[in-house]
Design a protein around this ligand. Structure first.
Ligand code: HEM
Length: 407
C-alpha cells in the first residue's frame, strides 16, 4: 500500500452514487491509477485495481472465484452481490456449473449466429425511429432504450403485443438486478416486476414446449450438451440474465457512444463521411466510456498483484473504466478517436466470464448509430441536457436530450 493511499477517495465516492464521480469518473480514476497500483477500499471491503495489466491478469485468471458465497463476510462481493443463499446466475457462478450453463446457452451468441440478426436489428432501428416525432427528444427513452429490448424480445420469440409490458417489467427489475444499494421503493417495485417476468417466462416456456420455434427459448429447451438439459428454473434465470446483463448495458453503449460523437463534432463528421468506420467507432466508444465500469473476482488463494498482498476470500474489484484509459497502454488515452488503432478494451470483461452478449451488443450499437445518423442529417445536443444514472458499476444516462433534423 502506498503512503498516499489514505488521501485517495474510496467507498461511495468511487461509485455513481457520488455526484462528482457520476458526472465524470475519469479524473478520479486517473489519479488513483497514477498514485497506487491497488487501492484498499476499506469502506466497501474491496481491493480496487485500476491498471490495465493488473485488471487483465485478474479477469483472465481462471482459478479466481466469482460466487459471492465464497467471499469473506464484510467484503463487497459478499455483502452487496451475495444476497441470499440462492444459486447465483452464470455471471456469478464457478466451475463446473458455469461451464455447463455457458455451453448450453452460448450457441445463439457466436459471431456467425448473431450476424444473422443484422437485418432484423436494422428493421427494428427503423421502426423505433419512425415513432419519434419531436425535433428535440430524449434519446434514451425513445431510442437507445427500446432498441435492445425489442431485439431481445424478438430473439426470445415474444409476441409483439407483449413487448410494452415486457419492456416495463424488465426496466423496473433491472433496478435491483445490479444495484447493490437499492432504495426500499426500488426493491419493492423491482421484486413486483420480477415476479411478473418470472411468471411470464414460465408461461412462454410451457407454450414453446408445446410448439418449438426458431427462438432463444426454444433453443434453450432443445439445448443438449454432455447429455444434460436446462431445467425450467435455469431457463427462467437465463432469460432474466439476458435482460439484466444485456438491455441496460446496450442502451448505455448507444447513449454514451452518441454523446461522445456529439461532444466531438469532428469525429461525428468523420463517421458521417465514412460510415464504414462504424465497427472501429463502436470499439472506441466501448473503450472511451464503458457502460460497465467495474467487474470483479474473489481471491481463491493468497495473491500479490501490483505489490499488494491479498488473501483467500478477499474481493477484487477491477475498474474496467480506468484500465481502458491507462496511458501506459493507449496513445493519448483520454482522446476519443474513432480511427485509433489501439481500441482493444476490457469493457466486456475477460477470461471465462467474458461477456456472452458482446457480439450482439456490438451489432446493435453499430446498426442503431448508423440508422440514427442516416435518419438525422443534423444531430446535436438538445436544450435539456442529460442526466447520468445512479447505479454503481454502470455508466449510462437516464435522460439524454438531442435535437435531430431529418432530411
Ligand atoms: C455494451 C453492452 C454490454 C457490456 C458493456 C457488457 C459487459 C459485460 C461484462 C463486463 C461482463 C462480465 C465479464 C467478466 O467479469 O469477465 C458481462 C458478462 C455477461 N454478459 Fe454482457 N455486456 C453487454 C451486453 C450484453 C448482452 C447484449 C448480453 C446478452 C443478451 C449480455 C450477456 C452477458 C452474460 C450472460 C454474461 C455472463 C457471462 C459469464 O459469466 O460467463 N451482455 N457482460
Amino acid at each position: 500500500m502506498s503512503e498516499t493511499e489514505t488521501d485517495l477517495p474510496q467507498g461511495i465516492a468511487l461509485t455513481a452514487l457520488d455526484e462528482n464521480f457520476r458526472d465524470d469518473p475519469y479524473p478520479v480514476l486517473g489519479s488513483i491509477r497514477d498514485k497506487t497500483a491497488v487501492l484498499h477500499d476499506a469502506e466497501l471491503g474491496r481491493y480496487v485495481y485500476t491498471r490495465h495489466d493488473d485488471v487483465k491478469e485478474i479477469l483472465h485468471d481462471g482459478a479466481l472465484w466469482s460466487d459471492p458465497r465464497k467471499a469473506n463476510p464484510g467484503t463487497f462481493t459478499r455483502e452487496f452481490l451475495g444476497r441470499g443463499d440462492e444459486e447465483p446466475s452464470m455471471l456469478l457462478m464457478d466451475e463446473p456449473g458455469h461451464r455447463r450453463l455457458r455451453m448450453l446457452v452460448s450457441r445463439p451468441f457466436t459471431p456467425a449466429a448473431v450476424e444473422r440478426w443484422r437485418e432484423r436489428a436494422r428493421a427494428i432501428v427503423e421502426r423505433v425511429l419512425d415513432d419519434i416525432h419531436d425535433e428535440e427528444f430524449d434519446l434514451i427513452e425513445q431510442f437507445a432504450g427500446p432498441v435492445p429490448t425489442v431485439v431481445i424480445a424478438e430473439m426470445l420469440g415474444i409476441d409483439p403485443a407483449m413487448h410494452a409490458d415486457f419492456k416495463d417489467w424488465s426496466d423496473v427489475s433491472v433496478q435491483i438486478g445490479f444495484n447493490p444499494f437499492p432504495t426500499p421503493e426500488q426493491t419493492a417495485a423491482g421484486e413486483g416486476a420480477q415476479a411478473k417476468l418470472d411468471a411470464f417466462f414460465k408461461s412462454e416456456i410451457a407454450a414453446r414446449r408445446a410448439h418449438l420455434g426458431d427462438d432463444l427459448i426454444s433453443d434453450m429447451i432443445r439445448a443438449e450438451a454432455e447429455g444434460e438439459k436446462l431445467t425450467e428454473p435455469e431457463i427462467v434465470q437465463q432469460c432474466n440474465l439476458l435482460l439484466i446483463a444485456g438491455n441496460v448495458t446496450t442502451t448505455d453503449l448507444i447513449g454514451n457512444g452518441v454523446k461522445a460523437l456529439l461532444d466531438h463534432p469532428e469525429q461525428l463528421a468523420k463517421l458521417r463521411s465514412n460510415p464504414s468506420l462504424i465497427r472501429n467507432a463502436v470499439e472506441e466508444m466501448l473503450r472511451y466510456d464503458s457502460p460497465v465500469t467495474n467487474s470483479g473476482r474473489i481471491a481463491n488463494r493468497s495473491l500479490d498483484i501490483g505489490g499488494c498482498p491479498v488473501h483467500q476470500g478477499d474481493s477484487l474489484s477491477t475498474s474496467l473504466a480506468a484500465a481502458n484509459r491507462d496511458p501506459s497502454v493507449y496513445v493519448d488515452a483520454d482522446r476519443f478517436d474513432i480511427e485509433r488503432e489501439d481500441t482493444h478494451h476490457q469493457s466486456f470483461g475477460g477470461g471465462r466470464h467474458l461477456c456472452l452478449g458482446a457480439h450482439l451488443a456490438r451489432l446493435e450499437a453499430q446498426e442503431a448509430i448508423l440508422g440514427l445518423l442516416a435518419r438525422y442529417p443534423v444531430l446535436e445536443h438538445g436544450k435539456q441536457g442529460w442526466q447520468y444514472a445512479q447505479v454503481p458499476s454502470f455508466r449510462g444516462m437516464t435522460k439524454f436530450w438531442v435535437r435531430g433534423v431529418s432530411a
